[in-house]
Write a protein that binds this ligand. Structure first.
Ligand SMILES: [Zn+2]
Length: 113
């Protein structure tokens, strides 16, 4: 006696009926930003150093050297004990004047002359 075992082919029915909410909630009315407005091509020509830049550098250097000379001069007067006195009339330079410019060598009356 032959026994036949019926094979039940279980068909896997996709029972995944869960609704997928694919689209996430988005804020309405948000415009997309413009793309590529400032796109710059690679290999842009390098701007050469102009003569104006060199003149500005020289002016800055000249000013720095002048400031250094003023400071050294002020230190020299400090060592000599005459710092803060007008080199013309010898009167003490105004305090607020020295606060504004510690390297001032003259009083207000003799400055700029
Ligand atoms: Zn003076």
């Amino acid at each position: 006696m032959a026994e036949r075992t019926p094979q039940e082919a279980e068909v896997g029915a996709p029972d995944a009926l869960t609704e997928v909410d694919g689209a996430p909630a988005r804020a309405d009315g948000a415009p997309a930003p413009p793309v590529g407005a400032h796109a710059q091509p690679a290999g842009a020509p390098v701007q050469p150093v102009g003569a104006q830049d060199q003149a500005a550098d020289l002016a800055l250097l000249d000013r720095a050297e002048q400031q250094l000379a003023d400071i050294e001069s002020a230190l020299g007067r400090l060592d000599a004990g005459v710092y803060g006195t007008c080199e013309v009339c010898g009167t003490p330079i105004e305090r607020e004047r020295l606060e504004a410019s510690p390297v001032a060598r003259r009083c207000a009356a003799h400055d700029g002359g």
